[in-house]
Design a protein around this ligand. Sequence first.
Ligand SMILES: CCCCC/C=C\C/C=C\C/C=C/C(=O)SCCNC(=O)CCNC(=O)[C@H](O)C(C)(C)COP(=O)(O)OP(=O)(O)OC[C@H]1O[C@@H](n2cnc3c(N)ncnc32)[C@H](O)[C@@H]1OP(=O)(O)O
Length: 291
Amino acid sequence: MAVVCRNLRAFAQKTSSLRCTPNFLRLYSQSKPAPPKLVTVDVDKAGVATVTLDRPPVNSLNTGLLEELGVAIKDLEANKTRGIILTSSSNSVFSAGLDILEMYEPKKQNLSLFWTTLQNTWLSLYRTSIPTVAAINGHAPAGGCLLALSCEYRVMVGPKFTIGLNETQLGIVAPQWFMICMKDAVGRRQAEMALTAGKMFSTQEALNIGLIDKMVSNKEEAIAEAQKFIAQFAKIPPLARRMTKESIRQEGIKYMEENAIDDLKAFMDLVVQPNIQKGLGMYLEAMKKSK
Ligand SMILES: CCCCC/C=C\C/C=C\C/C=C/C(=O)SCCNC(=O)CCNC(=O)[C@H](O)C(C)(C)COP(=O)(O)OP(=O)(O)OC[C@H]1O[C@@H](n2cnc3c(N)ncnc32)[C@H](O)[C@@H]1OP(=O)(O)O
């Protein structure tokens, strides 16, 4: 027994001295790699942040990405950033929308966290006092379109990508706050037509109805247009800007503040329905087969 204790003591001393050596640190960091970041933030000399969704292959919005995006917005607010440009690391997809795997055969707790994180991150993006622009450098269906719609200005790379709230095509109803965002951008009439048909718009069609504000031919141009949009606010008193944004977005903000719990319940009840689960399974299969 005494021998075992002595050996243990010797081992403990050895490992505690090892703890600070470069070799140990290297071994430790090799065995525990940091998880890859799903959102990256680059702030330029003018104080404008490019926030890049970086979850290959299609930036589907899972809890982790949404959480990181929410934290990034809060950090940028704390640092008094002059503007946020939301874009994607992919060459063909801005975001494929909500991650269907978060909704397929979910654990109740995970599903609830997923939706609550989406609600909170959406509200942070929608109401932030920082000027926001979506530089949409690829397809933006459903939740991807929602993120773009939550920004103040949308520049999209064309002509081959598509954008829209396609929920009815999937047999589901877009939540009320998704609809409010579409109405904000294109007005009630166009929103009704777009949403009831679940239409995915080409870049040119999106420009025609005001779903996007500008069409450009590559990501660099999109970023340059976004910077131009943000630069105009240098001359506008920030308090007046902030209060105006908050006021004009009151319907969406109030909706979420007053209905977050009911909205969560409606989502949770819907997603676990056997027919929805079956539909999600079939949709995932169909996406795999279409490759
Ligand atoms: C959908 C029913 C939800 C029911 C829940 C009820 C209420 C929800 C309320 C809210 C509204 C929902 C909002 C949403 O956002 S739902 C998500 C809607 N999104 C889509 O329909 C887009 C689906 N994707 C595509 O159309 C294409 O992938 C693309 C974006 C055009 C890109 O095409 P590309 O050819 O470049 O890629 P692939 O299709 O080959 O995809 C690569 C890889 O990614 C997987 N994948 C794609 N989209 C998603 C996704 N949204 N979630 C999870 N995974 C996705 C795809 O299966 C491939 O995977 P693989 O393993 O085969 O490599």
